[in-house]
Structures are given as structure tokens and as C-alpha cells.
Design a protein. Structure first.
Length: 396
């Protein structure tokens, strides 16, 4: 990324042309909406040499315009929302699709001082153009304020800003669609996971939230990239998806399972593996490994395959620690909640037995954060923790 600042010298025509080319190249390969808007705002700030650039996007559901980035003093990553049917510059440009250029903002009744009042920025000149897609539909507004040389915005500036808006529109539309699909995918995964855990746990949401956070922290502590850690976090709620195939008399049995019943219970790993087998998306591929192998143990005494050591996929070794820890810390009809520190000691004690020592070491690193996570949500046991054997069912 180029290094932009408000003190950049005035650009020559050649430099502007180069920036336009760079602008097109940069935005065409960015799919993350926040990042994309950030890049666009930085480029516009630089090319027009302005004190502030704000990109507003329409939120049709709420009938508002919002901006998460606003380059310039005092507004970085502040969310601003304005009503679409308002009478200020941004709303009017979004509604009419017309450019508004103010040589003296404070003298124009269409200018709202609301944002200036909560920042240390004083708008003098303002230029706002519509952001339209290929079919002419207004997606939002590009707004710049205060040219560095103090002069008002001219026709050339209007042309450049409109050109940049045109260049950016399809990238913004694609990034928005991509974001919508991503959110829909995560929501579907989460709802599926709730379905799987719903029958035998009242606190499904807390369990899924806790294990996804712990898995994420573990992945980062193991040196995985943020992207890989996100994948693990998003896949983790599906580890017990195979439970949907278990009959009520097994899954909901209040007492201890017979050896035969326990064998059936164990098959939820196989069912989970079958449900997620052959998935195309990366997140479901990770979830497949987790659901099939989350009861394998480092020393080879787990199920369904009795895999040992690094033959167990890393993703499964991570979710195992998160799942067991959370299961220990909550109360069930057959057991009280363990104190988090007792559960922590249990995890440490199982290093090299049930759990990969490397992951236990990572758990040690993140434990202070994990402890805080449970501080306000889990009723702590008043009686001594039961022996690990009594926790048989919670690791299922
Ligand atoms: Fe679980
Ligand atoms: Fe399980």
C-alpha cells in the first residue's frame, strides 16, 4: 500500500494518471468491504489532496446512509449514520443522484455541522458525488472536504471524483455481495450447529460461542494466520453435527449409558463425517475434520479410529481441547460445573495423553483470556470438582 499523508505535494497530470491506474488495480482485487472502502478513501484523499474523504453507503433496510471510514483528523473508523430522507448534502445527493459542490459549507443550509461538532475538523469546502452502479442505481455517496490549498473544488475535481466513483462502484457492489454471502454462510453454519446441539443442551449458544473463541485463540497462539484462525473459529460450531443422527433414548438419557449405548453415542463422529464429507467450501472441509476426529486422543485411545499423535488433523486437536474445557466448565444434569482453574489443571494434566502437548502449551498462553471469558457467564462450582471419570458424558 502506498504511504499517504495529508502533507503530500500537488500531483502532476502524469502522477494522477498513474494513480488512476493503480486505483483500478488495487480495488479490483480487494473483496473485503471495509478494506476496500479504506483503500478507496486513502486514494481519493491523496489524489484530490483533501483534508477528509467520507464514503457513505446505502442501508436500504434502515433507510439510512452509513460510513465506517472517514479519512482525516478525528474521524478514522468512526461510524456515521444519516437518514436517507434527510435534507442535508449526503442525503440529497443519494436521493437525487446529483453532485453538490459547496464553496463555503457553513454558509449553506444543506450542510450539517453534526460531524464537525463531534470532531476537531472544520469543513470549509465540500464536494459530494453519487456512487452509481452500471444501471444508474445510487449505491452511496463519495464526499470530500477541504482542498489542501484552500481553494474551492472545481469542475476538474468533480470530474475526477465522479470518475473514481464510477471505477469503484462495481468493486463495492461485488464486495457487498461477497460480504452478504459470507454472513449468510456463517449464519447457516451457526443455525445448523444449534440444531445439532439443541436437543441435549439448553446453553447451546454459550457453548458454541465459547468453543469458537477458544479455538480461535488457540489457533493464533499456535502461530496460525488470522485467516486460518478465522476458518477454525467458523467451523468449530459444527463439531457435533453428527448428533442429529442419534436417537433421543441415547442422546437424552439422563443416567449413565450402557457400554452398548455408549458405542452408539460414539457414532456421532462417523455421522458428522458423513454429513460433511466432500464439501467444497474450506470452512466445511475444516468442519469435516473436526466432526469426524474431535474425540480422537493424542495417545491413540480415542474414537472413532483410534488415531494417534499428528495423524489426528490439527483442526481436530484444537477443537478437542476447546470442547472438553467448555464441557467441564458448565453444569449438566449429571454433573456440576467445574471451576475454570480446575478445568485448566485437567487440560494440563492430559497433555500427551488426551491432548497434543503443543496445543496444551498454547492453551497455557491464552488461559488468562479464557478465564475472563468465563468470569461472568458460568456459575462456579461450590463443591470440589468431580473426578474426571465422572465427566464421561460431557466430552461426547
Ligand atoms: Fe461440543
Ligand atoms: Fe462430540
Amino acid at each position: 500500500m502506498s504511504d499517504f499523508s495529508n502533507e503530500t505535494p500537488k500531483l502532476s497530470a502524469d502522477e494522477k494518471l498513474n494513480l488512476l491506474v493503480e486505483f483500478g488495480a488495487r480495488i479490483s482485487c480487494e473483496l473485503r468491504l471495509d478494506k476496500l472502502l479504506d483503500i478507496i478513501a486513502q486514494q481519493i484523499t491523496h489524489m484530490l489532496d483533501v483534508g477528509r474523504c467520507t464514503i457513505y453507503l446505502k442501508d436500504a433496510e434502515r433507510n439510512e446512509l452509513w460510513s465506517k471510514i472517514a479519512q482525516g483528523r478525528g474521524l478514522e473508523h468512526t461510524e456515521i449514520r444519516v437518514p436517507l430522507d434527510g435534507e442535508t448534502v449526503t442525503s440529497i445527493v443519494a436521493r437525487t443522484g446529483q453532485t453538490i459542490n459547496l464553496a463555503d459549507a457553513y454558509e449553506d443550509k444543506r450542510f450539517s455541522m453534526a460531524v464537525d461538532m463531534v470532531t476537531d475538523f472544520r469543513t470549509h469546502t465540500l464536494l459530494a458525488v453519487p456512487l452509481k452502479n452500471n444501471s444508474g442505481k445510487v449505491l452511496g455517496v463519495f464526499q470530500v472536504a477541504n482542498k489542501a490549498d484552500g481553494s474551492p473544488f472545481d469542475k476538474k475535481d468533480e470530474g475526477i471524483l465522479l470518475l473514481l466513483a464510477t471505477l469503484a462502484a462495481s468493486s463495492i457492489e461485488i464486495a457487498k455481495l461477497y460480504q452478504d454471502v459470507h454472513v449468510a454462510q456463517l449464519e447457516t453454519i451457526y443455525r445448523l450447529a444449534v440444531t445439532a446441539e439443541y436437543r441435549d443442551q439448553q446453553d447451546t449458544r454459550a457453548h458454541l460461542k465459547n468453543i469458537s473463541i477458544i479455538s480461535y485463540l488457540l489457533a493464533l497462539a499456535l502461530g496460525m494466520s488470522k485467516k486460518e484462525a478465522e476458518l477454525i473459529k467458523n467451523a468449530s460450531p459444527l463439531h457435533d453435527i453428527g448428533k442429529v443422527a442419534l436417537a433421543d433414548n441415547i442422546l437424552l438419557k439422563p443416567g449413565r449409558l450402557t457400554p452398548e449405548e455408549f458405542e452408539i453415542m460414539k457414532s456421532h463422529t462417523i455421522y458428522g463425517g458423513r454429513i460433511l464429507e466432500g464439501a467444497h467450501s474450506k470452512v466445511l472441509q475444516v468442519a469435516h475434520k473436526m466432526s469426524l476426529y474431535h474425540h480422537e486422543k493424542w495417545n491413540g485411545t480415542g474414537y472413532p479410529k483410534g488415531l494417534q499423535g499428528e495423524d489426528i488433523p490439527l483442526e481436530a486437536r484444537i477443537i478437542t481441547v476447546a470442547d472438553v474445557f467448555d464441557a467441564l466448565c458448565v453444569s449438566r444434569v449429571y454433573k456440576k460445573a467445574w471451576k475454570t482453574d480446575d478445568a485448566y489443571l485437567y487440560i494440563l494434566g492430559e497433555s500427551g495423553k488426551a491432548f497434543d502437548p503443543r496445543i496444551v502449551a498454547a492453551f497455557k498462553k491464552i488461559y488468562s483470556s479464557v478465564r475472563k471469558l468465563y468470569l461472568n457467564q458460568t456459575p462456579q462450582a461450590k463443591t470440589p470438582a468431580p473426578a474426571p471419570a465422572a465427566a464421561r458424558k460431557q466430552t461426547v
